[in-house]
Design a binder for this molecule. Sequence first.
Ligand code: GGG
Length: 351
Amino acid sequence: MHRPEGFDVARIAVVAGDGIGTEVVAQARKVIDAVLPGVTATEYDLGAARYHRTGEVLPDSVLAELAQHDVILLGAVGDPTVPPGVLERGLLLKLRFAFDQYVNLRPSRLWPGTASPLAQVKPGEIDFVVVREGTEGLYAGAGGSLHRDTPAEVATEESLNTRHGVERVIRDAFGRAQRRERRKVTLVHKTNVLTHAGSLWSRAFEAVKAEFPDVETEYQHVDAAAMFLVTQPQRYDVVVTDNLFGDILTDIAAAVTGGIGLAASGCINPSREFPSMFEPVHGSAPDIAGKGLADPVAAVLSASLLLDHLGHADEARRVSEAVAAELASRTPGAPLRTAEVGDRLAAAAAA
Ligand code: GGG
């Protein structure tokens, strides 16, 4: 399936998943319905409940159906009653890999009205995007174990880095930087220790850089980047990095921009051959699931990214403006109710 720029009638699949995923996705849907009245979305019952009921996580027949959509709105994956990895690998990573969503896009912005633990940073001063590689690295599933549950147990987990995979995500990052005001790309890796993968990433970065002479570049080791994200987050514009580093760094980025409840992401297939997927960065948060306490803003901002991907730039902007107004009106520390926030955001985005 190849659908060029823009989609006449969007085919949206919804995978709410586990825990607070169902609660926050319901709000994101309210907001999508408010700005695109009449749009239809197909819900897929995937996650812990289905696994317990059927023993299956993501049957091939469902994967084939999902492939027929333009986008997937995903909530959260993971449940304490399911062994670690069964849902994360069998559902979340399987979707990213099967649909070749190699650009894991994670914008970070300090919204007006949002408290950052960094006293020296003012709203508007943090505005960067992490382009995390989404289909390779340590998340590829290469490795194994021997002598399990014996004193001689050994486990390996290998980082897979292909020239093709690394170069294409770096090229995407440069393209994004070129469309932004500051035009700067920071490569983050650990080239002084991870010399095999690091050398590949460095050489691919240098090769792609030559195609974008108007983009400023820098390199940072991941440990330095972790420090600078909390001391000088203003310095970043576009950061490109591997799968694991990107996963960790974007949680730090979320922490300095108001918390994980505000962090949105898109798992993008730039060729549009397969659906892209939009999901809050946060997980299923079993400790607060079912209580109506989860902040739906990350899911709603993910819906804004989804709308933009579908070519609905105006609707996407209305949603992010509704979020900006909501955040500006909040009293720090005041409790929130998930559905009430969703109602307010839907009303403001529709107006
Ligand atoms: N909202 C997505 C979600 O449930 N994330 C949990 C998780 O395990 N994430 C790992 C990753 O993003 O690679």
